[in-house]
Design a protein around this ligand. Structure first.
Ligand SMILES: [Zn+2]
Length: 621
């Protein structure tokens, strides 16, 4: 028997405009594989106009290959081997010298989502990354800044997928496969003309760069870390990872200087801190500590540094030069559940913010008092009436705002750090206490359709500009449930309100209730705003036809890019036994599509199209 190689070829040709102009050899000066297993970073000083990367996916063993054309590795070949990891090995080597090709090979096991691998160019560097959700989110200090600015790097994810039969040989790889790859390249891998629409992305507005932060220095002061750089710093989604205990902060739009990247700094006998480039535009700070809740990030008055401080070690430290900044309040009730509080200061404020279970704590370190008149004016605000202040041990004021533990806090600071704005959203008790799925009607003679609104509760899903994936998925799901219910199906919803449901429970619920079909509703996102369109995912063979039929209806009904069908290992569609699909209803990260997704028209159309697909699949239409 001939060993059969299934060869899937992904080809992305990266055509990038760089300011320097003429093409030259791309010299790779350093190679780095992030120990969080998430990125391979190839750093270069070469200002090349284009970088062409050919990329392939091979089977037995499973490998991804990236060939970087016209490139030279100016350091020794590198290789990392891992045990108990989805990635088993990463190798970077000079593959050929005439022509110059550097090859990156990622060997992975079956659990690795190879299709999630993305390649980016960031300045002169190439970054191969993949999204692996290994970190559970925690409610700890659930404060963040929305990522507002356009990214000044580009993602190449336009995979063209082809299945080609295997053919002939190479010295570095197992004989048959590589030649097959080369052959496939010869037939399909020629340099593709740059796509005009992709080139256009390169003219990212420079003004947006204001919020980009370049970190280049970490100083340790009495067991606290001062993280400094240039630009405007922001923090997103702090969370805790277990075993060993680590506190993790992501900094959006942040680049980390090579010199400090992944260097470990000692905070105390048992505590360390390091900062890495987690994603092309996102830095990650990891503090190894058994007391993650003791840390708080303190923003400097110029926004150009944060002091990551341990509560019991900051006594007696001075964070500011100026002694006073009087501030004023304003409060706005947006609706029944949401309040916005804005604090305006006369001087840029050195501050920290921490969300505890039933209280929001804001420390203002260079503040001597507040504007009593402005404060009184706002006493009609329920939230402000409850606000109290305390003096900080050395100097400054602590603001304490009672909240519920269900309150979601959205926090923003102005670029000049003279204004802090908090949006507090507290779901009504009635909404929280209402129990049981919306539609439970069981008739053993009709089909049971399980609808799974993606995310919920503390898992908000993708978010942009204060819009949460979890809300859109719930809304579409409710509409879909209503339509299917009217058609007489048994409709079960995994959640019918804003609550956290684990992936395991979603599957368990579907199995226990003997779902005949499973539909998971999601909203997509991409790190760049350009990603747009509709996707339907399936995993098991028996789900393929279901996915195909629903996707056709869906893609026909919605005016957006049809990105097609994907075979993906999403937990919920991989582990349910009935035909199961996951529909990505559009991109929250694309401003136009986000706007669309928020309209009831788009949501209703989406629900109707999916319902139509389900009916077609069940042979009712
Ligand atoms: Zn999702």
């Amino acid at each position: 028997m001939l060993k059969k190689f299934i060869l899937i070829i992904f080809i992305f040709i990266i055509n990038l405009f760089n300011w320097a102009g003429a093409a030259e050899v791309y010299k790779i000066n350093s190679v780095h594989f992030d120990n969080s297993d998430n990125i391979i970073f190839l750093a270069s000083q070469s200002k090349v106009q284009y970088i062409n990367v050919k990329s392939m996916k091979l089977a037995a063993p499973n490998r991804l290959l990236f060939d970087i054309d016209n490139s030279v590795l100016t350091r020794p070949n590198s290789s990392w081997t891992f045990k108990n990891s989805d990635i088993q090995q990463v190798k970077v080597s000079q593959f050929t010298t005439n022509p110059n090709v550097v090859r990156v090979v990622i060997t992975y096991n079956k659990d690795f989502k190879a299709d999630k691998v993305r390649i980016h160019k960031v300045d002169n560097n190439l970054v191969i990354s993949y999204n692996k959700n290994v970190f559970p989110q925690s409610d700890l200090r659930n404060v963040y800044n929305d990522e507002k600015s356009a990214n000044n790097y580009y993602e190449y994810t336009t995979f063209s997928e082809d299945e080609k039969p295997a053919a002939a040989a190479d010295k570095t790889q197992t004989a048959g496969e590589v030649v097959a790859v080369q052959k496939a390249f010869n037939s399909k891998g020629e340099l593709v003309k740059p796509d005009a629409s992709k080139i256009a992305i390169n003219s990212a507005p420079v003004s947006k760069l204001k919020s980009v932060f370049y970190v280049n220095k970490i100083d340790i002061k009495r067991g606290n870390a001062l993280i400094r750089g240039t630009g405007s710093i922001g923090i997103e989604k702090p969370f805790v990872v277990k075993e060993p205990d680590r506190l993790v902060f992501d900094l959006p739009n942040t680049y980390v200087a090579q010199e400090i990247r992944n260097k470990e700094y000692v905070l105390s006998e048992k505590e360390t801190i390091k900062i890495g480039q987690f994603e092309p535009t996102k830095a990650r700070i990891v503090v190894t500590t058994t007391e993650p809740d003791k840390y708080r990030p303190i923003y400097s008055y110029d926004s150009q540094s944060i002091f990551l401080a341990h509560d019991s070690r900051i006594l007696g430290l001075t964070f500011y030069d100026k002694t006073s900044a009087i501030y004023s309040y304003s409060a706005k009730k947006n609706n029944d559940t949401t309040d916005t509080l804005t604090f305006t200061f006369t001087q840029p404020i050195v501050h920290s913010i921490k969300k505890l279970n039933n209280v929001l704590e804001i420390n203002l370190y260079n503040c001597s008092g507040f504007n009593h008149e402005a404060y009184k004016k706002n006493l009609s605000s329920e939230v402000f009436a409850k606000l109290r202040t305390e003096a900080l041990p050395t100097y400054g004021i602590k603001l304490i705002i009672p909240i519920k533990n269900t309150t979601v806090v959205d926090y923003k600071q102005s670029f000049d750090n003279k204004q802090l704005s908090l949006k507090l959203t507290t779901p009504k008790d009635s909404e929280i206490n209402k129990t049981g799925p919306l539609f439970i009607k069981r008739n053993p003679n009709v089909r049971t359709i399980v609808i799974d609104p993606g995310h919920g509760g503390s898992d908000v899903g993708a978010t942009r500009e204060g819009v949460y994936e979890k809300d859109i998925t719930l809304d579409i799901s409710k509409r879909l449930a209503k339509i299917l219910d009217k058609k007489g199906y048994n409709v079960l919803m995994i959640r019918d309100k804003d609550e956290t449901v684990s992936l395991q429970d979603r599957v368990k619920y579907t199995e226990e209730n003997h779902g005949d079909l499973f539909v998971s509703i999601h909203v997509n996102s991409s790190v760049t705003p350009e990603g747009v369109g509709l996707e339907t995912h399936y995993f098991t063979d028996q789900s393929y036809e279901f996915a195909q039929i629903v996707h056709k209806e869906f893609a026909n009904a919605i005016k957006s890019k049809d990105r097609g069908l994907f075979k993906s290992r999403f937990y919920v569609i991989k582990n349910t036994t009935c035909p199961s699909i996951l529909v990505e209803t559009g991109f929250i990260s694309n401003p136009e599509e986000r706007k669309e997704l928020m309209t009831s028209e788009r949501k209703q159309k989406t629900a109707e199209a999916i319902a139509k697909g389900i009916q077609k699949y069940l042979g009712k239409e």
